[in-house]
Design a protein around this ligand. Structure first.
Ligand code: UDP
Length: 429
């Protein structure tokens, strides 16, 4: 996919009004050092999920900085995505992956031969689905490239037994990359690979996050039959067991016993996620015919609608039980909403417990904190303000681009990156 096929990025001037001229100036300086390079991004879905969300903004923005960049999506049959979903789940701590699946995985990978462009200089491969593409490179082509693997999933590396099981399969691929990027230290694999720690980001000027008028927010609620007069609790997520939509319904039911409110679960699928229909069915069954629980299965480009729902909410919830980062948390905080999030993966990077939201582990805790926020609107508003400021300082697109380009700069112009290298751009991680 060429940049011209994507919606254009707003101007740098617009971003500098949000993050300051100095940040943009430094970004331009960095980009100048990389001019002339050709970059390629490869993932497994054009829409749906956080990676597609990131790349939709990242690619046009990098291009606007004067760097040649393209984005390609690997092609595969649904049976391949069943395997990679099992692998994804395994990496996040659920059983099911066996090495016998590795052969089928490699067969599909082989069908994508040629996806890595020979004339690109730096290729970033996102997540486990296209990870194996590196094995297809001939030594000559490999020599000409800098290869980066960016892992967005919650890697359960604490269980060494789990890693031993997967080691043969994953390690041989991961070790070949010149750099590996993880969202937090917690996800560093147990074997030594050159690692960079970079948290993801949101685009403040995308349809998902830009300002909306109260009228547009009101009209969106009306269109979907949501009462604008009753407090709204919202979780936006792919329908995935690790996002725990059923736990959210249980928490809501506890809150509802104490105060009037309604719940909105907004989700959808991703072309590389074969389990979503089952999870959606289960979620609907648990919700029953409760008119105060709205479950919306929206098309993947429903950015403005999701933006409006987040803005209309009193509390945003992300009660995941595993979470690579949780862009939905970032999106909620950016809209000035307190977020009640699972104390897992990347969520604690974003929520400081009791400051801009709450970290919870159980359904009961989630219910207690949601109720607290509904009953203390002034405090909720204060938390929301802090959350927005926190995102402004740490999790916006220009910072994410700067860190990724700095990694490339390190590989191309920097000192030797070795197996022992661990570079974090954020001293407080
Ligand atoms: N999202 C969406 N439609 C949906 C569900 C999610 O647009 O039906 C977006 C959501 O707003 C966020 C991203 O997809 O930008 C999800 O990223 P996150 O990191 O929260 O989770 P992931 O899906 O990558 O596990």
């Amino acid at each position: 996919m060429k940049v011209k096929d994507l919606p254009p990025s707003p101007s740098l001037e617009k971003y500098s009004q949000i993050v300051g001229e100095e940040s943009i100036r430094r970004l331009e300086e960095l980009a100048d050092r990389l001019k002339g390079l050709k970059l390629q991004e490869i993932n497994s879905a054009r829409f749906g999920g956080g990676v597609a969300e990131l790349l939709s903004s990242y690619v046009p923005f990098v291009n606007m900085l004067g760097i040649d960049i393209q984005w390609n999506v690997m092609e595969a049959e649904p049976s391949f995505f069943k395997i990679t979903k099992t692998l994804h789940n395994f990496l996040q701590g659920r059983d099911g992956f066996s090495l016998s699946m590795a052969d089928d995985y490699r067969e599909t990978i082989r069908k994508n031969e040629g996806l890595i462009e020979e004339d690109c200089d730096v290729v970033t491969i996102h997540d486990p689905q296209p990870l194996g593409l590196i094995e297809l490179l001939t030594p000559e082509v490999y020599e000409k490239h800098k290869m980066i693997w960016r892992c967005h999933v919650h890697l359960e590396t604490v269980s060494s037994e789990r890693m031993v099981q997967i080691q043969e399969f994953m390690r041989s691929m991961v070790e070949r990359y010149h750099a590996n990027i993880f969202s937090t230290f917690q996800f560093l694999p147990l074997w030594l690979v050159p690692s960079f720690i970079i948290p993801p980001f949101i685009d403040p000027l995308s349809d998902k996050n830009r300002e909306l008028t109260a009228q547009e927010v009101g009209e969106t609620l009306e269109r979907y039959g949501i009462n604008s007069q009753k407090p709204l609790i919202t979780q936006v997520s792919r329908f995935d067991v690790f996002k725990n939509p059923i736990g959210v319904i249980k928490a809501f039911k506890l809150v509802r016993q104490k105060t009037p409110c309604q719940l909105l679960l907004v989700g959808g699928g991703a072309s590389d996620d074969p389990e979503y229909q089952q999870v959606l069915n289960d979620t609907r069954r648990v919700a029953g015919r409760n008119p105060e629980i709205h479950i919306l299965d929206l098309p993947p480009n429903s950015h403005r609608e999701i933006n409006a729902f987040q803005r209309a909410s009193q509390v945003i919830v992300q009660k995941s039980v595993k979470e690579g980062f949780g862009l939905t948390v970032t999106e909620g905080l950016w809209k000035g909403k307190p977020v009640v999030g699972g104390k897992v993966g990347g969520i604690p990077l974003q929520i400081r417990d009791g400051w801009n939201g709450f970290l919870v582990s159980t359904v009961e805790e989630a219910a207690e904190k949601i109720l607290y926020l509904l009953r203390h609107p002034k405090e909720a508003e204060e938390m929301g303000k802090k959350g927005r400021e926190f995102v402004a300082q740490n999790f916006l697109l220009p910072r994410g681009v700067k860190d990724h380009l700095a990694t490339i700069d390190q590989l191309i112009n920097g000192k030797i990156v070795s197996k022992e290298t661990i570079i974090s751009y954020h001293p407080w991680y």
